[in-house]
Design a protein around this ligand. Structure first.
Ligand SMILES: Nc1ncnc2c1ncn2[C@@H]1O[C@H](COP(=O)(O)OP(=O)(O)O)[C@@H](O)[C@H]1O
Ligand SMILES: [Mg+2]
Length: 343
């Protein structure tokens, strides 16, 4: 019995098999950017590529229709698939790096982390790829373009707490992201979601067999968010992720990156360091904690993501005063309870 017979005989009832075959013949309607050399319109006979969602330093991400899920009545058959860029795919360990990204992400079941489905290699083209939840919403880099002066604290607070929640979860599970920046975060209906663990790493003792990226080989840093010690060759750490997250929060609060486009290390090298100013929309009582997370010396970033989250969740003094009418001296003790003042 062949596939057509199994599915009921008539070719117009072939469903998934027929659609996959038709789609493979149809020209691919992609919106921008060059296609990788031999990218077929349907990957693994199942994922019909319908448009480019974005391309970054390492990968290309396409919106795709999961024909198999659709055939079985899945109401939301759209997914995203990530492939390596041509130049990265040509590296002998390109597929292993993509697999490492997939495995790190899969290790983090959390609503604030993109959900990955499966890793595959398309037999015909030898393209490695993984499929994942199609995220809908506004990438934070776009949000910043639309609100160049930053977000009001009421809006920003939820995003910042969501980002720190995800980071604390990832660090708790032994995963470092390595590339926290606005374009790797999307604000959707249910809050902020983190993706692109392509520069991520597992901490010692976690997911030991995975390929480890030699960061010297891939200069994929975004200087504005990279902790200065990373650019000096130090390994990734929770403190370097925290620095990047604090840069994102700082930028969202006032529209400006804390150390400018070239980042903290360049500022340091040019002896152009200036004391950081509190961004306009950041309440006074949470500023000491954020400033500490932006310390150039990683040893001074004593608090972890969870502590910074707790400090940012603290009610504003002005609100406490309004609610409880307590004297200032008493409330002052509650300001930023989890951090030491920065020297
Ligand atoms: N699951 C997803 N759903 C929707 N868009 C996505 C998804 N993953 C990535 N993108 C888009 O594709 C772009 C590139 O993906 P990313 O994983 O960041 O690749 P790179 O590792 O090359 O930076 C992102 O900036 C984002 O716009
Ligand atoms: Mg990216």
């Amino acid at each position: 019995m062949n596939a057509a017979e199994l599915l009921g005989g008539a070719s117009d009832h072939l469903g998934y098999f027929a659609k996959a075959a038709e789609a493979a013949k149809a020209p691919l309607a992609i919106t921008a950017a060059p296609l990788p050399g031999v990218l077929p319109p349907v990957l693994s006979g199942r994922y019909k590529l319908e448009g480019l969602l974005g391309a970054g330093g390492m990968g290309m991400v396409y919106r795709a229709r999961d024909l198999l899920a659709e055939q079985h009545g899945e109401p939301e058959p759209m997914v995203a698939v990530k492939l390596l860029r041509d130049d990265v795919a040509e590296c002998p360990d390109g597929a292993a790096l993509l697999y490492s990204e997939y495995a790190l992400t899969r290790h983090l079941p959390h609503p604030g982390v993109v959900r990955v489905h499966g890793f595959e290699v398309d037999a015909a083209s030898q393209q490695a790829f993984f499929s994942m939840q199609l995220l809908r919403g506004m990438p934070l880099d776009r949000l910043l373009c639309e609100q160049p002066l930053g977000l009001a604290w009421g809006e920003l607070r939820g995003i910042a707490l969501g980002l720190l929640e995800v980071l604390a979860f990832a660090h708790g599970r032994g995963v470092l992201h390595g590339d926290i920046k606005p374009s790797n975060l999307i604000l959707g209906e249910h809050g902020v979601q983190l993706f692109d663990f392509g520069l991520g790493q597992a901490m010692d003792g976690v997911l030991e067999g995975l390929a480890k990226l030699s960061r010297q080989r891939i200069s994929a840093w975004t200087p504005a968010y990279a902790a200065p010690e990373l650019l000096d060759g130090a390994p990734l750490s929770p403190a370097s992720d925290l620095f990047a997250a604090a840069c994102v929060i700082y930028e969202l609060a006032g529209g400006k990156q804390p150390f400018g486009r070239d980042g903290a290390q360049a500022m340091h090298a040019q002896h152009a360091e200036q004391p950081l100013e509190r961004p306009a929309n950041l309440p006074k009582n949470v500023w000491p904690a954020l400033r500490q997370a932006l310390a150039l010396d990683p040893a001074a970033r004593q608090a972890g993501a969870r502590e910074l989250q707790q400090a940012l969740a603290a009610p504003r003094l002005s609100l406490l005063r309004r609610w409880f009418g307590q004297p200032q001296g008493h409330l002052a003790d509650r300001e930023s309870p989890h951090v030491q003042p920065q020297q």
